[in-house]
Ligand binder design. Structure first.
Ligand code: UDP
Ligand code: MG
Length: 318
């Protein structure tokens, strides 16, 4: 039997781009007859007609498997739902807005056949991003990689090919809060990179604004690093050491020159500054406590309302 390749595509309000996505993917599939394909299309609680488009694609192409989530769980959860259902010998998460050219899958498969277990797609240039986005992204990767146990390669997104073994490893990770980029990097395996040019969105707009990206960055750092917690030990030790020195200085000064007028301003500044530092420290603690809270609840990562499995799969089961 020829090898099965699974594409996992999350859809959130992509009614206008969905048909074009499947058409282009079908072209790629036709050009690679030595493989069998399945496309797992996850509808992540779209508020438009995306689901109807996906069902139409399911009727038209027998390689389409539609998973309808009960609400919008976010891209990470939608990807997880797709990965959980992927039966392929290799699995490729891909954006449904056609920013990730499906033609690249041929190059990925070539590397996979040469023995790579993970084939990363690296953007040549972030042409579709603004200057602010480029700067903030590179700053995030620098900070993240400095303080985390794992390195996330910059300019690499979710678009990649993973061997079945890698996907199985991912499925074993028990966390509910799934920062996919980090999890992908955490599992490791033999990795190679292929370059590609990001395309502009087929239609619609991105659902990641600055505030969402900021929270996403926090999520990434708190997922894979405890450095923000440990900083406080050193800050506290530093502040105490300075206070001791200052105390000695005051004693010496008082012995030599007597008591001078107590300084209201310096007291105020020191008090407010340390108060602020303490609040920030508590805030950081809160971030982690919040994560522990949401992890211990052990809620499922996503809920499925309905699904239509690949047609030949369905026939085989019947
Ligand atoms: N997406 C999703 N759930 C969400 C937001 C986005 O499944 O809550 C999907 C979306 O349909 C697209 C992919 O994730 O296929 C990337 O989203 P988007 O294009 O908005 O992000 P960007 O490309 O700007 O990073
Ligand atoms: Mg996009």
């Amino acid at each position: 039997m020829s090898k099965l390749i699974s594409l996992v595509a999350p859809f959130y309000n992509e009614e206008r781009g969905a048909a074009a996505f499947f058409e282009r993917v079908a072209g790629v599939i036709a050009s690679l007859p030595q493989y069998r394909f399945e496309v797992i299309a996850v509808n992540d609680g779209s508020r438009d007609n995306t689901l109807r488009e996906l069902e139409a694609a399911h009727r038209r192409y027998d390689f389409v498997h539609v998973v309808d989530l009960s609400r919008n769980f976010g891209k990470e959860a939608a990807l997880t739902a797709g990965l959980d259902r992927a039966n392929g010998d290799a699995v490729v998460p891909i954006d449904s807005d056609l920013q990730h050219p499906p033609e690249l899958i041929a190059d990925m498969l070539e590397q996979w056949n040469k023995g790579a277990e993970v084939v990363l797609a690296r953007r040549n240039d972030r042409v579709t991003d603004g200057r602010m986005q480029k700067l903030s992204a590179s700053f995030f990767y620098r900070v993240h990689n400095k303080i985390s146990d794992i390195d996330i390669p910059p300019d690499v997104g979710d678009f990649r090919l993973m061997d079945r073994a890698v996907v199985q490893a991912l499925r074993q990770l028990p966390e509910n809060r799934r920062f996919m980029k980090g999890l992908f990097a955490w599992v490791g395996f033999r990795t190679v990179t292929v370059p590609y040019d990001v395309e502009v969105r087929h239609s619609g707009t991105t659902s990641f604004n600055m505030w969402k990206l900021w929270n996403f960055a926090l999520e990434g750092i708190t997922s894979f690093s405890t450095a923000p917690l440990r900083i406080w030990t050193y800050l506290g030790a530093g502040a105490s050491a300075l206070a001791m020195l200052y105390a000695v200085a005051i004693v010496v000064k008082t012995l030599l020159w007597g008591i001078d007028v107590p300084g209201y301003a310096s007291l105020m500044v020191a008090g407010l500054f340390l108060g602020g530092v303490q609040l920030v420290g508590i805030g950081v603690l809160g971030e982690y406590v919040g994560r522990i809270y949401s992890e211990v609840k052990r809620r499922p990562v996503y809920l499925v309302r309905e699904e239509h499995p690949r047609r030949d799969q369905h026939d085989a089961a019947a």
